[in-house]
Structures are given as C-alpha cells and as structure tokens.
Write a protein that binds this ligand. Structure first.
Ligand SMILES: C[S@@+](CC[C@H](N)C(=O)[O-])C[C@H]1O[C@@H](n2cnc3c(N)ncnc32)[C@H](O)[C@@H]1O
Length: 324
C-alpha cells in the first residue's frame, strides 16, 4: 500500500525492499529512525508501567539471532539513499547498540556525535540502577555540505539567568527530553516525542528538505517533518500500525509547527565591531571596578557591561585583561 499526502510518500512495506524500489541513490537530506530493538515483544511490555491496551497492535520485532544482519541491511540502504552531506540520527537502546555500531562501521558514514537522550519514565528496578536513557547515533555521509543550523534555536549572545550560554547548553550531547504521556490515546510502542524530533530537524535540515524514516511506527517523524515544512518519505511493515498512522496524516497541516517555535535572538550587540574610544575604555574600566566593588562576580559584571555598552563579552574581557 502506498499513500501520497502533503507532497510526501508513505509505504506499507519492508524498508529495505521499499527503499530499493522507491528511493533513488543520494536523494535524502536527513534520516531520523528508530529501528525495532530486538527485544522480545512480550518482554518489552513488562518494561513499561502502563496500560498496554492503548498500544497499537502489530509491532514487528526482529529476532535477536538475525539482528546483526538486519541492521547491516537497512543501514547499507540508508548509506545509499543519503545524499553526500546528508545526515542520519539512529535512536537505539543499549542492548543491541553494538550491532548498529558494527553495521555503521561497514559504511562510509562518519560519526558526528554520539548523543545520549535522557527521558523520564524508565524501567522500575529494586536491585540495580534505573535505566533512563537511549543512544542517538548522529552520522553523516561524506562528500557534500552538511547542514548544521548553529543559531536555529538560540542566538550566540543569549544567556540563562545563571549566565550560561543557552546556545552552548542546547548543543551539549546529553539531551533531557521527556516522553509524551498520552493517557487513554492510542500510540505506538516507544513513540518518540515531538520535542526530540523537532530539535534534530531544526539543527540538521531546512524547510523543503526531504526527511526519511525507515521505521515509521506511530508516524511521529512524519508528523514533525511535515509540521516543520519538510517533505517526507517513510516505511512501516506492519499493516495495522500503518493503517493507524496514515489516518493521522490528513490531520497534519504542512508547516503548522513553525509558528510555535522559539525565535532565537541573533542580533549582534549594538556597538559590536566599532572602535573603542579612549573615553569609552576609561568609562568601562571605572564602571567595572564599581560593579566588582558592589560584590558582582567578574562574569556578572561583564554581562552587565555588555548590556550598558552594547558590546560583546569577548571584547570587554580583552579590555579588562589588557588595560584593567
Ligand atoms: C521502534 S518502532 C518506531 C517508533 C516510531 N519512531 C515512533 O515514534 O512511533 C519500530 C517500528 O518499525 C516497524 N518495523 C519492523 N521491521 C520493519 C521493517 N523491516 N521495515 C519497516 N518497518 C519495520 C515496527 O513494526 C515498528 O512499528
């Protein structure tokens, strides 16, 4: 079964066969995918403290014995369809992580980051630590321009109340993002939160780009991609999961998420790049001493001076170092 909605293609098929038939070489800008974990399905249910009757039936698991060859098959296909400079995020638990890493090493894809996604509801344990993270393997295909939108969420100058760079914190490689709790609503096992998908797509793609998910499950990647004005192509082998997910695609409006995104403040300080006059330098040093005299830490004083003088932090610190 194939459906074309919002300039996007959805296939109810095995992803390796489907990609071979329908996705040309070097055509995809970004893959975000969450393969089955190779954990026995019945076992998986008992990990989660929730009412399984709301989980859509039909989830196709991969037997452990073939997880290695299964991973190699689809990752080789991902390598083929990515354009040079195209990127892939693979979400994986730790149980079969080594199979995914082993397969990646048999491709030309290179590691950009190994991210940890820390989430809220983990496995309940009494005699060991509680598992509350997934791995996200962020790789790229060599040879072309790799999109990384440095200021898509926070401007370089934006700081938190405790004076940390918001841009830097947002790009640290441990992401704390809660899972969505949808009581009483049908969902796919392990449905990924929109916040997580949005972050990956904002940094690693642009409007109009083609995003692919080889294992669609609850179609969360598709919803987010279309909501962010991207085009999409995806695969889901299970008939019942596909039938459930495809219904939701008509309710999505292309670009509907864009208006609700936080707008980064990217403007440069008002006087950045202008020559410092001697009078301004003298005033800066006097004001600096006065702020320190009032008990402000150095970084707090620099922050305040940046606001007063319309200058960037680095140029203020240089003057204090050289002339103070
Ligand atoms: C972990 S889930 C994906 C969850 C999804 N990211 C979401 O947010 O809802 C993996 C999905 O892959 C599907 N699947 C398993 N083998 C597949 C294959 N060979 N081709 C395509 N889909 C497959 C499963 O039925 C399941 O729905």
């Amino acid at each position: 079964m194939h459906a074309r909605i919002h300039d996007s293609d959805f296939y109810n098929m095995d992803c390796v066969d489907g990609a071979q038939e329908h996705v040309p070489n070097d055509s995809i800008d970004l893959i975000i995918t969450d393969p089955p974990y190779g954990i026995d399905g019945a076992n998986l249910d008992t990990h989660y403290n929730r009412n399984e009757s709301f989980v859509v039936d039909g989830y196709v698991e991969i037997p452990l014995e073939v997880y290695g060859s299964f991973s190699l098959d689809w990752i080789k296909e991902a390598e083929r369809i990515l354009r040079p400079g195209g990127q892939i995020y693979i979400i994986s638990g730790y149980t079969n992580l080594y199979h995914i890493l082993h397969a990646l090493r048999q491709t030309c894809l290179y590691e950009v980051n190994h991210l940890i996604w820390k989430y809220n509801f983990g496995v309940y344990t009494k005699r060991k630590y509680v598992s509350s993270h997934y791995h996200i393997l962020y790789y790229a295909k060599p040879g072309g321009d790799r999109v990384f939108n440095l200021h898509c969420r926070y401007g370089q100058q934006e700081r938190s109340a405790d004076d940390r760079s918001l841009n830097y914190s947002d790009r640290e490689d441990v992401w704390v993002i809660n899972r969505e709790y949808k009581p009483g609503r049908a969902k796919n096992k392990n449905e990924l939160p929109k916040e997580l998908l949005t972050k990956m797509m904002q940094y690693s793609s642009n409007e109009g780009d083609l995003v692919c998910d080889l294992f669609m499950g609850g179609f969360s990647t598709a919803r987010t991609a279309i909501g962010l004005g991207r085009r999409f192509v995806g695969f889901e082998v299970s008939d019942s999961i596909f039938a459930h997910g495809i219904q939701s695609m008509n309710e999505v409006r292309p670009g509907e998420i864009i208006g609700s995104l936080r707008r980064p403040r990217t403007e440069a300080p008002a006087n950045e790049g202008q020559r410092w006059t001697e009078e301004e330098v003298a005033r800066l040093l006097t004001e600096y001493q006065s702020l320190r005299g009032k008990g402000l830490l150095k970084k707090e004083a620099v922050h305040e001076l940046g606001r007063q003088f319309g200058r960037g932090r680095f140029s203020i610190e240089r003057i204090i170092r050289e002339k103070g």
